[in-house]
Structure formats: structure tokens, C-alpha cells
Design a protein around this ligand. Structure first.
Ligand code: SF4
Length: 420
């Protein structure tokens, strides 16, 4: 049944999104499909139905989603469940909302979407998915069950999506997938491009905009590293490299089935920093994987200390149903909490030291978002987050002087004087 028929009996629809950039991209596709079919996108109280685009990557997210579904059910709302929980845990969804609940998986959205559905977005930031699924099979990952094997989207269609987004005023375009550097790994006849070539194609679009490249798995980065650095050399690509390493211990990486060693991550980071004077290395660590010993944890701490990545996402391991790691004996919650507290404190110390070195510096910035508490959020060419406590137009560019720092963002004042 065509996706649009799934929503036929509802005129006014409200959309809610949990999770990653890829899920935000799927919500944008859903919105385009709904608008194209004549539905109104409205606030929750006016809605005939609420679509919750779910995430279930960790136990904590699963519990947050369950709480939200129960709240909406309690308000007597018609609830449609989309996203990773619909694909990976349909029985859980039925146990909350009943057997006749309507569910829409990420694959349904991918198959139901076509270029006639114009993507729209608020502000100057948009999301363009370049593929879905991945070529990995990590032992802890429930996303694999939800999004499956790699399906790279056609480069011409991505090019057109970028072109129309720029024409609609996009200044920051976040290209996303479970693993962007796996783009084109299917090697099908229609798809000869890999990520570096795709970046060259989309940066050939006329206009003043910047691309932020999403997550890239170390084992799919290594084979294309040199070409990738060439492609990132474009002024239109933020020098932001999100490369989740997950652990500093090769034994744990093996148990996670990550297909690379810590040394591969080190090589990637060193190559990036050798090529670009300024860059942001963003990485992820899973703390408390079942087979992680004290020594393995120390290996992760040492890797953090050696590489001092600018941005680190820290996740406490939680067993996900249907995964290999679900069968392993979990560490005690208090032990995982203790380790992630130590890890987080150490990261914030490193990040603050790094940012303190930027105090007084002048940086070129692009204003991309309104601040939640007023002011605006900007990005410099390395995608550092800079807050300006002033109401300035989205999409404008200025030079700022860094007047204050925090571990995860900088504070700036507009200068527009020559760069030091
Ligand atoms: S690469 Fe691994 S962690 Fe990433 S989506 Fe695929 S299976 Fe999950």
C-alpha cells in the first residue's frame, strides 16, 4: 500500500522526532510526502493524528519514547509510530498502543519518498540523506536491525536535492546516513561514485553554502582517506569529521565487531590534522561494553588523552534486544556510571583547555540557528559552535572575536575586522 494511503483518513497531522540527523531527515521526507498529498502539518492540539518518528538506539531513548507514546495515548490521540522502533521492536509498540497501531518503518519512508515531494525546512539549515543502512554488523547495534543493509541514493538525485535546498535559502546542508563513508560501497553499475566524488559533485552546485558531512565509520574511511581529504579541501565543506571510534581497546573493538583497530582511528586523526590547520574531530565512545575490563577502559582514556578530539559523544552501554551483545553478561550499572563519569570529566577538561587557547582569536562565522535562550548560534569553518548574544540574521557571515569559552562552545562578539 502506497505510504500516502496510510495517512489518508487524517487531514491534520502533527510530527514529533526522536534521535539522530538521519531521523530528522526522514521526518522532513514524511512532511514533504504529507504536504504533497494535501495534509496540513499542525501543532499537536489541532491534530487528528500524531506521527512519532522514533529512535531506540539506547535503553534510555527507548524509555523516553515509551513515555511519550503513553502520554499521547493518554490524551486520546491517534498515534502513528515511525522510525527505528517501528522496524526493530514492533511488538513493543503493539504492547503500548494495541495490535492495530499504524507503523511506518524507515524503509517505508525511503520507498515512499520521491523527488516530486519537495523537501522544505525552517531557517537556513537542512538535512539531506545520501543513503540508508550500512555495511557493518556491529554486535551492539539495533540500528542495523531497523535500517538494514546499505542503500545509497542516486548521486543525480542528491545533487538536485542540494541544488533546490540552496535555491530555497539553505546555508548549512547536513548530509547524513548511518555511515556516510560507505556511500557507493554497493558498487552497483548505477553507482560508481564514492563519498569523495559525491562531495565534489554537490560542492559544484552554485551558491554560498556549507556542507556538514555526517558519521563516517573508521573502517569505511581508511580505503578512501586521501581522496576524502582532497574533497574536504573545498571551502564549501566544514572541516568537521565525525568518526566514531567507540573504544580504545582492540579487544573490545573486536568484540564489538567494528572491523578496525584503535591505530586506524589514530591514523585517520593524524592525517586530518596534518592536512588542515584547523579541524573538528568528533568521535563517539561506548563506555562499559560487557567485555570492557579496567585495562580496556584505561585504553579508551589513553586514546582520548592522546588524540584530544574536539568533540566527544559518550554513551553508557545498554544491551539492545536482538543484538549479539544482548546475550553477553552486562557490567554493573554503578560500574558503568563510575567509568562514564570519569570519562566525561576528563573529556570536558581537555575540551575546555582546547577552547581556552582560542580566547581573543578572531574567526569567520556563519549564523545558522537561533539560540534557545536568545542570541544566535554560528559555525566557523571547522564547525566550532560559537554563541553570539545578539539577535542577528540567519545565514549572515561575520568575523567574531572569542570573548569567553566553555568546554562545548565558544562565546563571540561581532568584529568584522581583518582576520589575524
Ligand atoms: S556501522 Fe555498525 S553501529 Fe553503525 S549503523 Fe551499522 S551496524 Fe550500527
Amino acid at each position: 500500500m502506497p505510504l500516502k494511503n496510510t495517512f489518508a483518513k487524517f487531514q491534520k497531522i502533527h510530527l514529533e522526532t526522536f534521535g539522530c540527523t538521519a531521523n530528522v531527515g526522514d521526518t522532513m521526507k514524511l512532511r514533504a510526502i504529507l504536504r504533497n498529498a494535501g495534509h496540513e502539518i499542525v501543532e499537536k492540539d489541532e491534530a487528528d493524528a500524531v506521527i512519532v518518528n522514533t529512535c531506540t538506539v539506547t535503553k534510555r531513548t527507548e524509555l523516553n519514547v515509551i513515555k511519550r507514546l503513553k502520554e499521547l495515548k493518554g490524551e486520546g490521540k491517534e498515534v502513528i509510530v515511525a522510525g527505528c522502533m517501528a522496524a526493530a521492536q514492533p511488538e513493543l509498540v503493539k504492547s503500548i498502543l494495541g495490535n492495530d497501531v499504524t507503523m511506518v518503518t524507515p524503509r517505508d519512508i525511503c520507498n515512499g519518498y520521491s523527488e516530486e515531494h519537495e523537501l522544505d525546512f525552517d531557517g537556513v539549515v537542512t538535512v539531506i540523506p545520501i543513503a540508508m543502512g550500512c555495511v557493518g554488523n556491529c554486535s551492539y547495534c539495533i540500528v542495523k536491525r531497523a535500517r538494514g543493509n546499505l542503500k545509497s541514493y542516486e548521486p543525480e538525485k542528491i545533487f538536485e536535492a542540494v541544488k533546490s535546498a540552496v535555491e530555497m535559502g539553505a546555508k548549512e546542508i547536513r548530509i547524513t546516513s548511518q555511515d556516510c563513508s560507505a556511500y557507493g560501497w554497493e558498487n552497483s553499475s548505477a553507482l560508481k561514485l564514492k563519498l569523495p566524488e559525491l562531495l565534489e559533485l554537490i560542492t559544484s552546485v552554485e551558491g554560498d553554502f556549507r556542507i556538514r558531512v555526517g558519521m563516517m565509520n573508521p573502517f569505511t574511511v581508511i580505503p578512501i582517506l586521501d581522496e576524502l581529504l582532497d574533497a574536504f579541501d573545498s571551502e564549501k565543506v566544514f572541516k568537521f569529521f565525525h568518526v566514531p571510534v567507540q573504544s580504545g581497546s582492540d579487544k573490545v573493538l573486536m568484540d564489538m565487531r567494528r572491523n578496525y583497530k584503535a591505530a586506524d582511528f589514530v591514523e585517520i586523526v593524524k592525517s586530518i590534522r596534518k592536512r588542515f590547520e584547523y579541524s573538528t574531530i568528533c568521535t563517539d565512545f561506548i563506555i562499559g561494553f560487557p567485555t570492557e575490563t579496567e585495562d580496556d577502559f584505561l585504553s579508551s582514556l589513553n586514546l582520548l588523552d592522546d588524540m584530544k578530539p574536539e568533540k566527544v559523544n559518550i554513551t553508557r552501554f545498554s544491551p539492545r534486544p536482538g543484538t549479539e551483545a544482548f546475550k553477553l553478561k552486562d557490567l554493573l550499572e554503578r560500574e558503568k556510571k563510575k567509568r562514564s563519569r570519569i570519562f566525561s570529566a576528563f573529556y570536558h577538561k581537555i575540551a575546555l583547555e582546547r577552547n581556552t587557547a582560542l580566547e581573543g582569536k578572531k574567526l569567520p562565522i556563519l549564523i545558522t540557528e537561533k539560540g534557545k535562550k536568545g542570541g544566535v548560534i554560528c559555525r566557523d569553518p571547522s564547525y566550532r559552535m560559537i554563541v553570539i548574544n545578539k539577535d542577528l540574521p540567519l545565514g549572515a557571515s561575520y568575523t567574531v572575536r572569542i570573548t569567553d569559552v566553555r568546554s562545548i562552545y565558544l562565546v563571540g562578539e561581532v568584529q568584522n575586522v581583518d582576520l589575524e
